[in-house]
Design a protein around this ligand. Structure first.
Ligand code: THU
Length: 131
């Protein structure tokens, strides 16, 4: 059920996307190990390179609002009404990696979820335990 809660949250917040330049709307929802959901949408900027992806928006919200003991990411669901599936970009993969993300869920054109172990989408990754 929590998986579908995350998908629902991602789809809902994609409608909040601020994407006047690309027109590409994205919603993301993080489910923590503790069972809390944090959502985010992309926020673009007239200075294009400053645009923030939905996934990183969700991470910012998690860090701002979570107790420090519940910052492990069980999964992230990513939704875009523009295209399916919508995978996290490379920068977002690395940011999600920081918080131990275990799984990425994307939706096909019919809305059916595909689940990817995080290691599959960011193999041999660099993380905080290496330091
Ligand atoms: N975008 C996301 O928010 N997440 C993704 O996974 C891919 C791309 C945003 C960034 C930008 O606002 C727009 O989509 C087009 O790249």
């Amino acid at each position: 059920m929590q998986l579908y809660d995350a998908i629902h949250a991602a789809r809902a917040i994609s409608k909040q996307a601020y994407a006047p330049y690309s027109g590409f709307r994205v919603g993301a929802a993080i489910l923590t190990e503790g069972g809390t959901l944090y959502d985010g949408c992309n926020v673009e900027n007239a200075s294009y390179g400053l645009s923030i992806c939905a996934e990183r928006g969700a991470v910012m919200k998690m860090i701002a609002d979570s107790p420090p003991e519940d910052r492990r990411i069980r999964l992230v669901a990513v939704v875009s009404p523009n295209t399916a599936p919508c995978f996290p970009c490379g920068a977002c993969r690395q940011v999600l990696r920081e918080f131990g993300c275990e799984e990425v869920v994307v939706l096909d054109a019919e809305g059916a979820p595909s689940r990817y172990p995080f290691e599959e989408i960011l193999p041999n990754s660099f993380g905080p335990e290496a330091l």
